[in-house]
Write a protein that binds this ligand. Structure first.
Ligand code: SF4
Ligand code: SF4
Length: 348
């Protein structure tokens, strides 16, 4: 992988040049949180740690029209707009790699595939807060899944070129790029990584999780968690790897029909309701068990790693303190600092 350098003062002019490829989106502050916005790069907030909604929304929007049809007319609506997503952190890039496996493997999803092919990804290094645990999920660094990735080494960024598109992008701003990467620059990067790796305050050993889930299938912990869960689905919406959706047909004026797709969540009661009125997961405890089995056991037994990238969004979002670190700790019998912890302890 080729590495070049970019002075920090040249970042905004560089990103402006990339508008030649497509819309440049990046993190901006909204209240005390962050969201992605298409705006002048001057407005991007490089201190943003996690956006409310992860970048999955660019590849699978919360709601979109798939096609319309009327008698023998058929109009598919595939979004081909070119975009650049700037400022993605390693955990979110790993989240996209997980979605790639699900949406592009056996039966490629044309809506996802087209958006993915038309979107360039520019990563940015970051430092963790107390909710980040991407070191535990081994998603705190990236070797693939980006076109360019910027690592902060002081007054400059090291720029890793991860694809031929990335090479084209850096050529668009080549007058701002410095090809001369020195040994001292690499040393600075190695030192920064060591320092960053020592900054994680949340650490969970997830290696034995598939076995722990087997053993804990009938654990009373699930019942207790279910008593607190509100079935609000926020954990699914903010999770970079949650990908369930529903499809519905709507009749429009003139007997045209549109087919729409929108996000769904296994935390919702209706999710497992089938024709005839049977619900496979009527109880909230069952729905929680499904969510967490997917994150920490199911995907792991097929792909060798969890379907959780340690971004901390569930910890940041769940109103009752149900999140990956707390659930993993509770299942291992460790002390949990959450409102349901005392009862879980009593039940165990
Ligand atoms: S389960 Fe939670 S920490 Fe893991 S990727 Fe999803 S939102 Fe992030
Ligand atoms: S676990 Fe938390 S965020 Fe998820 S549905 Fe239950 S209450 Fe909502």
């Amino acid at each position: 992988m080729r590495v070049v350098k970019l002075k920090k003062k040249n970042l905004v002019p560089f990103l402006r040049k990339l508008e030649e490829f497509g819309e440049v989106w990046g993190p901006v502050k909204k209240g005390d949180r962050y969201v992605y916005a298409h705006t002048d790069p001057e407005n991007f907030d490089l201190k943003a740690l996690r956006t409310i909604i992860p970048p999955k929304k660019f590849f699978v929007p919360p709601k979109f029209r798939m096609f319309t049809f009327k008698e023998d007319e058929w109009n598919e609506e595939i979004d081909t707009k070119k975009r650049i997503l700037f400022g993605l952190h390693p955990c979110d890039i790993h989240g996209i790699l997980i979605l790639d496996k699900l949406f592009l493997s056996n039966y490629p999803d044309p809506y996802y595939k087209t958006r993915r092919e038309n979107t360039a990804i520019i990563g940015l290094s970051c430092e963790p807060d107390d909710k980040c645990f991407c070191k535990s999920t081994n998603t705190h660094s990236v070797e693939e899944g980006f076109d360019l990735a910027l690592s902060d080494i002081g007054n400059e960024y090291l720029v890793w070129i991860g694809s031929s598109l990335g090479d084209d992008l850096q050529k668009m701003g080549e007058d701002l790029i410095d090809e001369d990467v020195t040994e001292a620059d690499i040393k600075k990067y190695i030192e920064w990584r060591k320092k960053r790796d020592g900054m994680f305050r949340t650490d969970i050993d997830l290696t034995a999780m598939p076995d722990i889930f087997e053993i804990s299938y009938n654990s009373p912990i699930w019942e207790k968690l279910g008593e607190y869960c509100l079935s609000c689905g926020q954990c699914s919406m903010v999770c970079p790897t949650c990908n369930c959706y529903d499809v519905e047909d709507n009749y429009r004026v003139g007997s045209e029909i549109e087919r729409n797709r929108h996000w769904d969540s296994c935390m919702f009661r209706e999710y497992s309701l089938v024709a005839g009125g049977h619900n496979f997961r009527e109880a909230r405890s069952e729905r929680l068990k499904l969510f967490y089995t997917h994150k920490l056991a199911g995907y792991m037994s097929i792909f060798g790693k969890p379907a959780c990238v340690g971004c901390g969004r569930c910890a940041d979002t769940c109103p009752v303190g149900i999140n990956v670190p707390n659930v993993a700790k509770a299942l291992k019998g460790e002390k949990v600092d959450a409102i349901w912890a005392k009862e879980v302890k009593d039940a165990g």
